[in-house]
Design a protein around this ligand. Structure first.
Ligand code: NZQ
Ligand code: ZN
Length: 390
């Protein structure tokens, strides 16, 4: 196991009605609030009104930044930072999914940075200080509610890049599973695939001795496999939604990644698909992941794939060829995504072959895929993986 620092200081308020804590959480920080949200789902499901009831005019001044895009854009961050200065903001309140939270993190850090916030994606050390951030999570997926990451898109350059820093970690996050009842089937499936991918990206690493991380990751993967279909069939199933929501946070708060080495593979590739075609992150991951698995399956990796097949999917390996067992595990994941009604080819999400080579080169250029991935990947490898998604 590698040395690590595990730091997860976000105060989590989990469960039905926990929004009631909002008044206390915000008043301990300040009065001037920047309320950040997306395309309006919070107005349809009532969370917006609840926030205003809990932060009344008499005690708080709320400035709004609405319309954060899925795959949040750098221009929205710039706009948010300006609002913070204009309105002397004390605290950023993000109400939404990963996109709203990621955008809010960048706004909070941009407030203290004199240059352009896109710089954060070029150099993480520029994220030094940020306004306090509080989040109200409305969908289970990214883990942004409990981590230091932020993924931003620059549509002018077709780049989707991540940044992050300790200063961006939310101070408190309210996680009410009932808020996720209105999440569409598409986003529920995408979010569940994203959680699964966060676990797999660290599970498949070159370390063989980080056992406690892998047993936890397997447990969370099995939880998602059990509850995603239930939430898809019955959106207001509390048991399913609460287990998915807590899985989202635990899958990417550092718990299963600590002590593991290497860069992530499928995320680096998916971010290029989203950068060029603005597709849903979790759907892109679901399409790529089984193809990536088949590509990296070899004599060195097969033991880990057998472990995955046995421990996550309960596949009996007795008397069977290791490669057959590994492939059964990969097929089981593919079949699960199909059963969640995820379209499993790139043409189905509007991607043709025109930019495959370009995206493959960019994936390698924007990451350390070629040197530090579980199995290092060249642009040719990425191209082969993507062409297998047709
Ligand atoms: O914009 P609104 O109206 O809120 O609608 C959103 C959006 O259309 C909707 N939605 C969210 N909660 C809802 C709801 N609709 C109905 N009821 C609710 N309760 O869902 C749509 C997608 O929302 P979004 O925030 O984009 O989804 P997600 O949470 O999957 O976030 C995706 C973004 O996070 C990045 C991704 O790359 C992508 O940009 N990631 C962030 C990470 C991090 N910070 O650690 C790691 C991840 O790997 C990922 O890269
Ligand atoms: Zn992800």
């Amino acid at each position: 196991m590698e040395n690590f620092n595990f730091y997860a200081p976000t105060s989590i308020h989990f469960g039905k009605g926990e929004i009631k804590e909002l008044t206390k959480i915000i008043s301990e920080i300040g009065k001037n609030v920047l309320l950040v949200y997306g395309g309006g789902s919070i107005k349809v499901n009532g969370i917006y009104d609840e926030v205003y009831q809990l932060l009344p005019d008499s005690d708080f001044t709320i400035t709004e930044l609405a319309g954060v895009e899925p795959n949040p854009r750098i221009d929205t961050v710039r706009k948010g930072a300006e609002l913070c200065h204009e309105h002397d903001i004390d605290v950023v309140l993000a109400v939404g999914g990963g996109s709203t939270i990621d955008c809010s993190k960048a706004i909070a850090a941009a407030y203290y940075y004199e240059g352009d916030p896109w710089d954060f994606t070029q150099d993480r050390s520029l994220v030094q200080k940020a306004l306090p951030l509080v989040t109200v999570l409305t969908m289970a997926a990214t883990g942004s509610e409990m981590n230091m990451g932020s993924v931003l898109t620059n549509p002018e350059t077709n780049e989707k890049l991540s940044t992050g820093g300790v200063a961006m970690i939310p101070r408190a996050s309210i996680l009410d599973p009932e808020y996720t009842y209105t999440v569409s089937k598409w986003q529920t499936a995408a979010g569940s695939a994203d959680i699964t991918s966060h676990l797999l990206e660290s599970y498949f690493s070159q370390n063989t001795e980080a056992v406690v991380q892998d047993r936890m990751a397997e447990g969370i993967m099995k939880t998602v496999i059990k509850y995603a279909p239930i939430a898809l069939n019955k959106p207001d199933d509390y048991e399913a939604r609460s287990n998915l929501m807590w899985s989202s946070s635990l899958a990417l708060n550092g718990l299963t990644r600590a002590g593991k080495k290497g860069t992530w593979s499928c995320h680096a590739i998916e971010h290029e698909l989203s950068a060029y075609y603005d597709i849903t992150h979790g759907i892109g991951l679901a399409i790529i992941t089984p193809r990536w698995m088949l590509h990296v399956l070899n004599d060195q990796t097969v033991t880990k794939f057998v472990e995955y097949a046995e421990n996550v999917w309960g596949i009996d390996s007795n008397g069977k060829d290791a490669f057959d067992v590994a492939k059964e595990g990969i097929q089981a994941l593919y079949d699960a995504f199909v059963s969640w009604e995820i379209p499993m080819t790139l043409p189905e999400v509007g991607i043709d072959k025109e930019k495959i080579r370009l995206m493959s080169e960019k994936a390698v250029e924007h990451s350390t895929l070629a040197t530090t991935a579980y199995v290092p990947l060249t642009a040719d490898d990425v191209e082969e993986i993507l062409l297998n998604c047709f």
